[in-house]
Structure formats: C-alpha cells, structure tokens
Ligand binder design. Structure first.
Ligand SMILES: [Zn+2]
Length: 193
C-alpha cells in the first residue's frame, strides 16, 4: 500500500487563515502531512507527499502526479482545515468532516468511514451528512479526477477560536495525525494490504 498525502493550498493562496493569523491552512496542512508521512513510514506503510512544494500546485498537476501511481494498492488523502466564513471574523461552526467526490467508488467511501471512525476514537466531534452516510459528497477535483480511492478531510475550523487553539496545540496535531494513520491502516487491513 502506498499512501499519497496531498496538502492542498500553497503559501500564496488568498484567505485560508485564522482571523488572528496564527493558523495558515497551507502551513498547517504541510506540518500535518510531514508528520503523517513519518508516522505511516514508522508503521511500515509507504507514504509520499504529493506536493512537497510550499507554493500552490494546480489541481490538474496534483491529480497527474497521483494518477502515476495507478489504482491498485494506493490511496489518497487530502488534508485541509475548514472555514465557516470569508469575512475574516470568528465563527461558531466547528468539528471534523470527511468528503468524497460525486463519482466516488465504494473504496473511497469505505476509506472515508474508516477515517471518520478513527476521528471519533480520537475524541473529535464529527460533522455527519446523515447518520447512515457520515461523509459529505462534493465536486472536488482532487477526489474526482484521481483514479485511486481518495478522501478529503476538513480538520476542524480555523475560524473557530476553540478549534484553532486545539489544532495548534501539540495534543491537537498529534490527534489529527493519529486519526489519519489509524483510519488508513484500518482501511488497508480491510483491503488486504
Ligand atoms: Zn482547504
């Protein structure tokens, strides 16, 4: 199994920060991606960061890189932090969620369920689409245009004070990394490696 880790936006992507500027999505996702890569390798799972650059890599290029790995024994997670508003202020919405694309395979949905279960085990409050369908469906190029199972995670809200504080804490970072590693290894076990 090789795990492709996408860390979304680049340094120059506008917005995408907490109102106090402490959390920038591109930097946070890269920190998590680096930690997740190390954690997976430590667990004996091959992992690759798709976008090691600090700059924004266009989605077409990210999908092209991912598709070079084919479809078998490969999966992709794209790491993001959610925002409730675009007005630069704090908001009340909070919680963790997983997304698949409209054309998602059963495998992508299974991976999403594994990640959601792991998020709950790590004590995160999960935003569910519906009780029986806990993941959300959206037209996301990184999931839609990649051929392997792919899930995008929105790791809490950067414009919620409590979420931002927790995300920036060492405890929070370790939990976000661990839930991805646990969800992925759970999925890999079901998929037979
Ligand atoms: Zn994002």
């Amino acid at each position: 199994m090789v795990v492709l880790i996408d860390n979304g936006h680049g340094q120059e992507t506008p917005g995408k920060r907490s109102p106090d500027g402490r959390l920038r999505e591109y930097a946070y996702a890269r920190d998590i991606a680096r930690r997740l890569e190390a954690e997976l390798l430590a667990r004996g799972v091959d992992a690759v960061r798709l976008t090691p650059e600090e700059c924004d890599v266009p989605l077409t290029e990210r999908c092209r890189r991912a598709n070079k790995y084919g479809t078998r024994g490969v999966l992709l997670v794209s790491i993001h932090v959610n925002a409730a508003g675009a007005d630069g202020g704090w908001h009340d919405a909070r919680g963790w969620s997983a997304f698949v694309s409209g054309n998602a395979s059963l495998k992508s949905k299974t991976l999403a369920r594994c990640l959601i279960k792991a998020a709950r085990r790590h004590g995160l409050s999960v935003r569910e689409y519906a009780p029986r369908v806990p993941y959300w469906t959206q037209d996301l190029a990184i999931c839609r245009d990649t051929r392997c199972p792919a899930v995008l995670t929105e790791n809490l809200f950067m414009d919620n004070r409590e979420d931002a504080d927790w995300l920036l804490s060492e405890e929070g970072k370790q939990a976000v990394v661990a839930l991805h590693a646990d969800g992925i290894t759970d999925y890999a076990g079901r998929a037979g490696g």
